[in-house]
Design a protein around this ligand. Structure first.
Ligand code: GLU
Ligand code: ZN
Length: 313
């Protein structure tokens, strides 16, 4: 018996949600709901210094406006610190992590490989000679780094088989920051496992995070979910959607005359589920959802498309 599908939406309250986030959430929601699965909402607010006031309330309002619902109370990641600490302690006991006293500048100047993803340049291994117990003798702030010994291969349910060399592309990665907060990789694994998430649908900018997370699942003896990484929304210049592309925040669309149904119609068209841009509700999309219809290329959002759905900005 396969367990029931449990998906999740995991927004960060670091800014407002834009069209790109909406497309990923729609795919995640449909993927779970078309199979009678549940959907959890987790607010990923561990980077406390980046959180924007009111963003939590705003993101729930944005999701409701889109017609995407979730099951149970939303989980607030910063309230799950005890579990994150327990996971770190386990990794220390297993001697799979070591204290790293390098500063960002140290790593930047020692790095030879160009940097692959948001984890930054490949860690040169400066502190890799340390054992977990060596932390006791340190008098300067340190982060905890996970020692990468291999790269788990995996098959993404959308992007296909993945084989990355983590030792070359990133190296040992941070699981706990020197500011004494959990790093994304550890928090996301701990929380997805605790919530019994069976399927993670997210933007393909996080594709290279997945082998790191699989190392943590394995080390902590946790069952890993399926992974689905979908292409991002970009601006007409092909770059990731940002402020320079105009105001594509959902709240701005709403304030400028765009209805949720028209935006959903555009997103469904971009995913290959509708032949033309026409208003549709999230529920009406349930029978049309197909992961393999989604084009491989990023979706380029243009001012013309925005005007087509009624944007008067
Ligand atoms: N909170 C992350 C973000 O908004 C998503 C992390 C994930 O889906 O694993 O980019
Ligand atoms: Zn170091």
């Amino acid at each position: 018996m396969t367990p029931p599908v449990r998906g999740r939406l995991a927004p960060s309250p670091t800014g407002a949600q834009h069209v790109g986030n909406a497309r990923t959430y729609l795919i995640a929601w449909l993927s779970a709901r078309t199979r009678g699965g549940s959907v959890r909402l987790r607010v990923e607010d561990i980077d406390v210094w980046r959180n924007r006031p009111g963003a939590k309330e705003q993101l729930a309002a944005d999701l409701r406006w889109l017609g995407l619902d979730w099951d149970g109370e939303p989980v607030v990641q910063s309230e799950r610190l005890a579990d994150h600490v327990a996971a770190l302690e386990r990794l220390k006991q297993l001697d799979l992590v070591y204290p790293c006293t390098c500063t960002r500048t140290d790593i930047q100047s020692a790095a030879s490989a160009p940097h692959q993803d948001h984890e930054g340049p490949t860690y040169p291994g400066t502190c890799a000679h340390r054992r977990a117990a060596d932390a006791a003798g340190l008098t300067v702030p340190y982060a905890w780094r996970f020692r990468v010994t291999d790269t788990p291969a995996f098959t993404d349910l959308y992007a296909g088989p993945q084989q990355l060399d983590l030792k070359r592309a990133g190296g040992d990665f941070v699981v706990w920051r020197s500011a004494d907060v959990p790093a994304y990789q550890l928090a996301v694994v701990t929380d997805d496992a605790a919530e019994g998430v069976t399927e993670v649908v997210r933007g393909d900018d996080l594709l290279t995070s997945t082998p790191r997370q699989l190392l943590l699942y394995r080390s902590l003896g946790l069952t890993s979910p399926d992974f689905v990484h979908v292409p991002l929304v970009v601006g007409p210049d092909g770059r990731r959607l940002a402020k320079r592309h105009g105001d594509t925040r959902l709240a701005a669309l709403r304030a400028n005359g765009v209805s949720a149904e028209r935006l959903l119609g555009l997103l469904a068209y971009s995913c290959g589920w509708l032949p033309i841009v026409t208003p549709v509700s999230a529920k009406e999309l349930l029978p049309m959802f197909r992961l393999d219809a989604i084009p491989r290329e990023p979706f380029a959002l243009t001012p013309e498309l925005l005007r087509e759905i009624g944007y008067r900005g």
